[in-house]
Design a binder for this molecule. Sequence first.
Ligand SMILES: *Cc1c(COP(=O)(O)O)cnc(C)c1O
Length: 424
Amino acid sequence: MNNNIFDFDNRIIQIADSSEKASDNDFRIINEITEFNQRKVLSSFIKNGVSEVDFSTSTGYAYGDRGREKLDKIYAEIFGGEDALVRHSFTCGTHTLAVALYGVLRPGDTILCVTGIPYDTIHGVIGINGKGKGQGTLEDLGIKYRQTELDENGMPDYERIAQDVKTYKPKMVYIQRSRGYSLRPSLSVDEIGKITSTVKNMCDCVVMVDNCYGEFVEKKEPLDVGADIIAGSLIKNAGGGIARSGGYIAGRKDLIELCSYRMTTPGLGREVGATFGENRNMFMGVFNAPHVVGEALKTAVFSASLFSSLGFSVTPEPGEIRHDIIQTVCLGDSEKLIAFCEGMQSGAPVDSFLTPEPWDMPGYDSKVIMAAGTFIMGASIELSADAPLREPYAVWMQGGLNYYSAKAGIMLAAQRMFNKGLIK
Ligand SMILES: *Cc1c(COP(=O)(O)O)cnc(C)c1O
């Protein structure tokens, strides 16, 4: 072992030790959820008789790809739905969510987002604030968008949700589980259940949940508490760090069928779609996902504990119950953000020799710096961090395929700040 790489200052080692000890109870809770979810996944594999033949490759039209069909069934079971679509050919989370939106909504319908402004990349799908105009957004097709703001604590505002449902009579109510890149709390599955029953008491609409970053963080998933359809990315939680790309949609049978016609074409639906040998990675990915999510959660808890010990404000705080894998650390100025990202990058298993630099990322009004040294490009179930260089100079970090390597990455981030005299 090259000792120079992990030649941490004694102060960093001590604070890491005490942070890890202080995380004991949080780790216990995470372990218990991981074991529950691991059994949920394993039992579905056993019940469905997953076998070597399910991993065989298909090309061309790929009618009757058995592995593809079995994986759909397994996802449906795990996430508490009647049916599911899991495809490596969904290019990212945004694409998958868009297929679900276009699959279900029709001209004249209204979609009401009840958790404030949705994740950035969805704006151009819906056509929020004119984004994507002319590209065939929902807005271009005559689908109306309405939004219910969160309350002053960043939580669902049930009274206004009820009022807006009554006023707008939406075809779809849209919920975002994760905080994304905002500072609002992420929603618990119970909270999603409460929104769902509020809405369903008033109208017969479709409740859709953007499930990104939330899979396997709790024992329940949104479909277990009454949501109708969920979607997410396979290079986040659900792919377990093994799926090489893709997404999934799960939920009510009739809705999944509609989505299948959008995914390919009316008439063909889910019957086509070559898997090119990706089935094995997707099966292995979801098999590993509960464990990998547990490792990412432990990494987040450790970081929260370490950086709050160093005097920074963190969300969620140590000891707080988590509903997604994201951890925010408010570092306070751009020098610290840059040092943090440089340190984290230096501990990545891939591209450790690169130095991250702030750049003008399209769609942002300030420069953004990112640290990511991942096996799968852009996979945020692997340890990664993003930080826009603007108030409150916070870094959003997530992932970690295994706790000990991610812990080393976090410690290197702290060490780099220490070396530059940015922490005492
Ligand atoms: C990641 C994410 C998406 C989709 O983003 P992609 O980069 O397209 O995968 C959508 N919503 C939320 C909350 C997300 O975290």
